[in-house]
Structures are given as structure tokens and as C-alpha cells.
Design a protein around this ligand. Sequence first.
Ligand code: PGA
Length: 229
Amino acid sequence: MSLEAARIVAGVMQKKHNAVLGLATGSTPVGMYRILADMNKSGEIDFSDVTTVNLDEYYPISPENDQSYRYFMNTNLFDHINIDKARTFVPDGSAKDPDEACRDYEKALKKVGKVGIQVLGIGQNGHIGFNEPAKNLEVLTHVTKLTKSTIKANARFFESEDDVPTKALTMGMGTILRSRKIIIMANGEAKKDAVAAMLKGTINTSCPASLLNLHKDVTLICDKAALGE
Ligand code: PGA
């Protein structure tokens, strides 16, 4: 899965030296980042003109906190490649005013231009970014409350469930769907129901990932366990 995803991302970078990459955190893309860093070391891909934009960040959290998504991106990718960190964007989890931080993020996204490829994971509840299942989904980057299921799923990275932040800043559904190309990765049985809901052929805000059916260039990369029947 990681190799296939890395090949697709590398393909976008090789076609456009100043590509804008939309990146995700979580356990799923870690292997892909390792391969991209290796490909960078061997000279197959070059990040010197690349810009990255991340999906989301906990709120409130400082960028130095080792649970922040900024820290995750630095340690899993940015510290190992020839990228200019000034061109790596993650929503500002340490902003005083979170709503303003979201508006600023949309402004920054507008400035960097169209995302060439957006990498996504999927939550067990069908979320993408931190767009959690709800009656209404937001279009643009916004502050969101994490659902109990997401807090539970992410507790494994923290000392206890109580330490998981309850809010986040996340790109909205419209922000994500603006990307030219999307890959979504899912592995393991825990993702089976979410993947099935996404592939059912209907769209429903109870499975935010199902809205990807509205996009014309989405690739799902998953293992047999996540694909189920
Ligand atoms: P995971 O998270 O890769 O850690 O499973 C995916 C997600 O919640 O979007």
C-alpha cells in the first residue's frame, strides 16, 4: 500500500517540480512517508520547489508538542527530505483565535494554489481529515469537536484518553474536494465498515468519505481486510 501510494505521489511530483501536496497524519501514511524520504535520498524525487498543506491539527496544541500534527509531519517526513519548511502548511493549533486561524488557513491555501494530490486516511467512523459524521458538514476549514469514537481511536497515541484534545482545526469537505487528485488509504478490519459505506454508491454525511464519490479522480488503496466483501 505504502509503495503504491508513494509511486502515485512521486508521479505527480515528477510531472510538476513545484507540485502542491496535500498530506495526512495518522498511522496509515507513515510507510508512504518513509518511502518518499528514501526516494528523495536516492534522487528520484526532489522537494526543493514543493509546497505541502496538511489536512488538520488538534486544538489547542503547541507545534512543539510531540502529539501535534506539525511535530508528526516534521519527524515522519519534513526532517528527512529537502523541503523548505516555510512552504509546509499545517493549521495553527496554537492560535489564540481558532476561527481566525481557519480563515487564515483558507487564505494560505488560496495563495499556494491548487493541490495536485491530496492524501487521505479514513476514520473508523468514515471521517476524512477531522470532518466527523454529522447532519451538516462544513465546506471550508473550520474548528470541530472530535467525536467520542475518534478520541477513543486516537487515545493510543496519548498516555490516556483524557489527554486527547477534544477539538481540531480541519480542512472542510469543499477544501478537500478542490484537489486535482485524491488518494485514500485504508488498512485493517477496523476500517471495513467505513470503506463499505464509502463504496456503497450513495453519499451520506454520516460517512463523510462517501462525498468523495463526487470527485472525478479518487484512488482507494487498501488491503483485503479493509476492503471486506
Ligand atoms: P489512522 O487514522 O491512519 O491512524 O488510522 C486515519 C484517520 O483517522 O483519518
